[in-house]
Design a protein around this ligand. Structure first.
Ligand code: ADP
Ligand code: MG
Length: 698
């Protein structure tokens, strides 16, 4: 029975080839099941009849009941139109038609009572309804007393007549294909325990609603189902992986970690850093493969945590590697770690795309022989030619630049998959992390090293440029350095590039007595590296750049971050950029430059940045304002299945709730093999086959 759900929509009565193709191309709807999940985006209450004297132009669709007092053809102007006066005893309103004029003339008259349904707008300076639905009141009774659903349709669909009305008709025909109701996907025990109505009831209510009250139950049931299956899918593949992937059991924390901690560590770790190292150690000691995500705000000190984890592996006579998203970052890690390890018996090397052939060959040989303990690098690390002797731990820094597939490649580098530690500075709200990174265990460094002064943030409009320049100069005179960042966004790359180079020229002119360098992604690697080094060494005082500097760069003397066209960046990205300053002992500043014409949402986003330096709060706000699709880090990782009705931003309670339900179900039946759970296993299979991006990597 449930296979009927997967039938091709071409089997639905009244759905011609043209419409089928449109549904597929514009809404990705191919099966009955897909179509059932095309949920109306709004409902209009047609049980209520408005009076003309209460109408306002900001109302959405309203229903009126009354008589046409006049009808007039107006031919002047660009286009012939019909204008009628409609009255209901409380007032009158003009009704206008530009199309279907002969139909209107034939339909309306002065004697019958009419129901009219449309949206009030202001036209020619007064309240008007353009192109309402009209029906004789005696016939209109059918719809009165119900909520009318509205479906999202594309322009192309509308042109082809595939509008809300047509979709409603198709929906009716679709339900007719299920004389025994839409098949259930949740076993009765779950439905009973969590008070869920049947799938059939829920879907009928959503597509043919009778009352707002029913709708609540229906929405809850379908949201529950969606989020529950997401969690069930994630947790079950995690179970399966855990069953089959043993990990290297490291039986001791090793002599190196002790030595480092006692004699070489440059500062006392924060409590949060110590806790996370303990969590990592307990994974590595468990006999199962570690798959842990360490989240910590910019500057929270993730590097040292990674180093201690690597020292555990090396102390157990295994190798470790650490992969960073850019050469600049990899080199910076290499330099920093080399200094900390200089008096320890640990050999550390750097491998990147730009590494010279001879050096590369030496590294590869020594790596295979086990002479290298720690290898730092970029994507170059996952190339096939890179063979370890016994890789025990792979660290991935700044996760959001890597896709899951790349993570998976590291697995292949050892007979027993290495422990995996992923580090990200993009704080992801818990509920989202639970879903997007549901396959990883989570550690949070929720504390900054002592003595940090929060970065002071201000929002300037362009017209305060002179004032800004005076401020920059005062900082430069104190010996500080300044970043100036421009957006570079692919679609408008040419224009952005012009902004960047013009900004560079302007800044050079305005600060003739200082050195200005420029860094962007189009520069050759060696040029970029050289420019970067000028800034790191303090030879250049101002760096004009694109977001290439976003991740990880560490120049403690830089105290000002100017972000041009800040409105074009997401909150999390702004937070990342701001994290480039405030790394030294001095008070640091972040200036958000925008045009004065801003939408309310943008104004709010800028205000959040001004008010808060807490990455988690900012991420939470970003999620609320822009929805999960825009949160950095979620694009590549993706959700296992698309959500149609639930929404990670607004249904976060339900995310945690369904997670618990899924955990309980799997605790009792880890592989979903019991009779009552077969329906769950089957549904998961269907959902997985449908989703293109799903890869079960933990
Ligand atoms: P991130 O989490 O952004 O990668 P880093 O590991 O680069 O942060 O650390 C940021 C700076 O803070 C570095 O200069 C590092 O040496 C310093 N740091 C890290 N932990 C501590 C600590 N516990 N006490 C003092 N300084 C620390
Ligand atoms: Mg870092």
């Amino acid at each position: 029975m449930s296979d009927t759900l997967q039938s091709d929509i071409k089997g639905i009565q009244g759905l011609g080839t043209k419409w089928q193709l449109l549904l597929a191309s514009d809404l990705d709807i191919h099966t009955y099941d897909d179509l059932l999940q095309l949920y109306p985006y709004k409902y209009v209450d047609r049980s209520h009849i408005y009076q003309i004297n209460e109408l306002r132009s900001d109302m959405s669709h309203v229903q009126l009941c009354g008589y046409f007092a006049s009808l007039q053809t107006i031919s002047g102007g660009r286009q012939e139109r019909l204008s009628a006066i409609f009255t209901d005893g409380t007032g009158q309103i003009e009704i206008v038609w530009f199309k279907s004029l002969s139909y209107v003339r034939a339909t309306i008259n002065a004697t019958d009572e009419f129901m009219l349904f449309g949206k009030p707008t202001v036209f020619n300076g007064h309240l008007t309804i353009v192109h309402p639905e009209i029906e004789r009141a005696d016939k209109a009774q059918i719809v009165a007393g119900t909520l009318q659903p509205f479906y999202n349709t594309s322009e192309k669909m509308k042109k082809a007549g595939l509008n809300t009305k047509a979709i409603q008709k198709i929906m009716r025909n679709l339900f007719a294909q299920f004389p025994f109701g839409i098949p259930e996907t949740l076993p009765p025990y779950i439905r009973n325990e969590y008070h869920l109505i049947t799938r059939d009831q829920a879907l009928r209510t959503l597509h043919f609603p009778k009352s707002a009250r029913d709708m609540e139950y229906a929405r809850f049931r379908m949201k529950f189902e969606e989020l529950f299956f997401v969690q069930l899918g994630i947790l079950r593949s995690r179970n399966i992986n855990r069953h089959k992937t043993q990990g290297v059991k490291l039986s001791t924390a090793g002599p190196l970690l002790k030595d480092f901690y006692a004699n070489h560590i440059p500062f006392e770790p924060t409590e949060a850093q110590k806790r996370v190292v303990r969590e990592i150690w307990s994974d590595m000691n468990s006999g199962r493969q570690m798959n842990r995500l360490v989240q910590g705000d910019v500057g929270s000190g993730k590097t040292i945590v990674a180093l201690m984890a690597m020292l555990i592996a090396v102390g157990n006579k295994m190798q470790a590697c650490m992969m960073a998203p850019t050469e600049i970052l990899a080199a910076q890690h290499y330099d920093g770690l080399s200094v900390m390890l200089k008096d320890m018996p640990v050999s550390i090397r750097l491998l990147m795309g730009s590494t010279k052939k001879r050096e590369r060959n030496t590294i590869l040989t020594e790596l295979a022989e086990g002479k290298i303990d720690i290898l730092i690098g970029t994507h170059a690390l996952i190339e096939e030619s890179v063979v370890f002797r016994n890789l025990g731990l792979a660290v991935i820094d700044e996760q959001h630049r890597f896709g899951v597939q790349q993570r998976a490649k590291l697995w292949g580098k050892a007979p027993i998959p290495p422990h995996i530690l992923v580090m990200t500075a993009t704080p992801i709200p818990r509920t989202l992390a639970m879903t997007v990174y549901g396959d990883l265990d989570l550690s949070v460094i929720n504390q900054l090293p002592p003595g940090r002064k929060p970065v002071r943030t201000e929002h300037y409009f362009h017209n305060r440029r002179n004032e800004l320049n005076r401020f920059i100069r005062s900082q430069l005179e104190m010996g500080r350095q300044v970043y100036e960042v421009y957006p570079l966004i692919e679609e408008s790359e040419k224009m952005d590039f012009k902004d960047l180079t013009e900004g560079f020229e302007y800044t050079k002119q305005a600060f003739k007595d200082y050195n200005v360098c420029m860094v962007h992604g189009k520069l050759k690697n060696d040029v970029k590296e050289a420019e970067m080094q000028r800034f790191i060494r303090g030879e250049a005082q101002i760096m004009v750049a694109t977001t290439v500097i976003e991740v990880g760069v560490n120049v403690p003397n830089a105290s000002v971050m100017i972000i041009e066209s800040a409105e074009r960046f997401g909150l999390s990205q702004l937070h990342q950029l701001r994290g480039r300053v405030g790394r030294g002992a001095d008070q640091s500043y972040c200036i958000l430059m925008t045009s004065p014409e801003l939408s309310n949402e943008t104004r709010q986003r800028m205000q959040i940045m001004v008010d808060s330096t807490d990455g988690f709060r900012i991420a939470e706000a970003d999620l609320q304002l822009r929805g999960p699709g825009n949160i950095e880090g979620t694009q590549q990782s993706g959700l296992p299945f698309a959500l149609h009705i639930a929404d990670l931003a607004h249904d976060s309670n339900l995310v945690s709730y369904t997670r618990e339900v899924a955990e309980r179900v799997l605790a009792a039946d880890p592989l979903l093999q019991s009779n009552e759970n077969v329906v769950l296993a089957e549904r998961l299979k269907v959902l997985k086959n449908e989703s293109v991006n799903w890869s079960s990597i933990s």
